[in-house]
Design a protein around this ligand. Structure first.
Ligand code: BES
Ligand code: MN
Ligand code: ZN
Length: 488
């Protein structure tokens, strides 16, 4: 498990600046006015910071950008990092600035000076989120990461503001670790064990094994894992931090590896399908965050864990299976497996918990990447009010999300000659027909959002708050939405 850096916040101690041996960061706004910490460092450095601020280079720096001054005279530090950040910067810029610091902070301890009390925790959160690396399978000893401390005006206030953010970083790191993990390590059994371990945080965790799923009638979910040596499972995580109201439900697609099954995928890039449990990873990360910050809300997270492999026992194209709901499904393409998993988990969640609303997350379609690339997840919903709450949270957290339509007009694409429905709709509108398929398993009166995160769960280039690889997209927005809607 990768643990995020936990920044600390202490009172200003100017003498400690001179003697600090790691790196020292100073925040300076667009006006170039030096704060207390910067003035101290500047005077030790014989005016080097003032010269930077007066230079043309300074004028070109954008909010959140950094400049490193190496081996400064008059100080013990190995470098002074100047972060261009206004006292009244946006939260987004403060986080970006923190992410910038994470990239140049070196191996020793970092102290951060002159961040405003309003934004210091956000800068710290940006550092923690960006300073992630997945080293589980590198045999070389990882470089130790130094500590990060801020000098602020009111340390107790800032520490209090930072605590829930640390819980979000912990949840996002959990999501990233799960999503980055290769499929020979993160089998369905290993995944379930990692979730059972969350009990330690006060979550209720149950693992439904394949014979129980059989009894529940989850023929749709179970048909996906038939070709795999790893048993299919559903894990139910409950966080009851609220009153006695019904919970909100989060559902995740947890295909630990997607070969496509008998409808085998081409070899090129198939290794990326280790991330096909990304939806389940986000649900797991959010549940961890809720527990770690003691959220005052009732939320249940359910993940369907399966592996989609070809074998003599695997589901064939043309097979007909019966879902827990009772609808029969003709499996035209065994590579459209995520919807088969979600259909049964969503149905089960509604039957058992009668949730006040439901959000599913899934790396569901390649088509959503064609449409939206890696900047936005596809958003589908039957409820304008719920989706409005989600977009507000996603906007505040700067996680890209874009709404796409649902409409019964697409349903005819899913008509099957021999069963109630088929699992693929053909070449056009691939993400929408997938969502229409899922909507068949949403009960009347359940507000629902489907998030197709195929393009955002794991990416090849770094993003604002994450290095290349798993991003943890969605943990921040969903935690924010739960806080705003249920804990307001
Ligand atoms: N897991 C894939 C979708 C995916 C593609 C996720 C690329 C991440 C990156 C999903 O199970 C899948 O194979 N979908 C098919 C559906 C098709 C057969 C209707 C697809 O998108 O090609
Ligand atoms: Mn597939
Ligand atoms: Zn898949």
């Amino acid at each position: 498990m990768t643990n995020p850096i936990a920044p600390t916040f202490a009172a200003v101690d100017l003498d400690a600046i001179d003697a600090h041996e790691g790196r020292v960061a100073v925040c300076i706004g667009a006006d170039g006015k030096l704060g207390r910490g910067a003035r101290r460092a500047n005077s030790r450095m014989k005016g080097a910071i003032a010269r930077l601020v007066e230079s043309d280079a300074w004028a070109k720096l954008k909010e959140g950008d950094t400049r490193v001054l190496g081996y400064p005279v008059g100080m013990a530090a190995e470098a002074v990092i100047v972060l261009r950040l206004d006292k009244k910067s946006s939260i987004e810029d403060a986080r970006k600035g923190g992410a910038g610091l994470a990239k140049v902070m070196g191996k020793g301890d970092l102290i951060v000076l002159d961040a405003s009390d309003q934004r210091a925790a956000d800068v710290g959160f940006g550092i923690a989120m960006r300073a992630y690396s997945f080293g589980a399978h590198k045999t070389a000893e990882a470089d130790p990461v130094g500590g990060v401390s801020f000098m602020v005006g009111e340390p107790e206030d800032v520490t209090e503001r930072a605590a829930p953010m640390q819980a979000v970083a912990q949840g996002a790191f959990f999501t990233r670790d799960l999503t980055n993990e290769p499929a020979n390590v993160l089998t369905t059994t290993e995944f379930a064990e990692r979730l059972v371990a969350l009990k330690e945080l006060g979550l209720e965790v149950e693992v439904l094994e394949d014979d129980q799923l059989e009894e529940l009638g989850m023929g749709s979910l179970l048909c996906v894992g038939l070709g795999s040596a790893s048993p299919s499972k559903v894990v139910v995580m409950q966080w009851n931090g609220g009153g006695d109201e019904a919970p909100f439900a989060l559902i995740g697609k947890g295909v630990v590896f997607d070969t496509g099954g008998i409808s085998l995928k081409p070899a090129g890039g198939m290794e990326d399908m280790t991330m096909d449990m990304g939806g389940a990873g986000v649900v797991s990360g959010v549940m961890k965050t809720l527990a770690m910050r003691g959220a005052k809300a009732n939320v249940v997270g359910l993940v369907g864990l399966v592996e989609n492999m070809p074998s003599d026992r695997a589901t064939r194209p043309g097979d007909v299976v019966t879902s827990m709901k009772g609808d029969t499904i003709e499996v035209i393409n065994t590579d459209a497996e995520g919807r088969l998993v979600l259909a049964d988990v969503m149905w089960y969640a509604q039957e058992r918990f009668k949730p006040t609303g439901m959000i599913d997350l899934a790396t569901l379609t390649g088509a959503v990447i064609v449409g939206l690339g890696h900047e936005n997840a596809g958003v589908f919903s039957n409820d304008d009010s719920l989706v409005g709450q989600f977009f507000k949270a996603a906007g505040n957290e700067s996680e890209g999300a874009w709404r796409l339509p649902l409409s019964p007009a697409y349903d005819k694409l899913l008509n099957s000659r021999i069963a109630d429905i088929k699992n693929v709709g053909g070449r056009t509108a691939g993400s929408i027909t997938a969502a229409q398929f899922l909507q068949r398993f949403v009960q009347d009166g359940t507000p629902w959002i489907h998030l197709d995160i195929a393009g955002v769960a794991s990416v090849k280039a770094e993003t604002a708050l994450a290095p290349a690889g798993a991003t943890g997209w969605g943990v921040m927005s969903l935690d924010r939405m739960i806080r705003d809607v249920f804990e307001g």
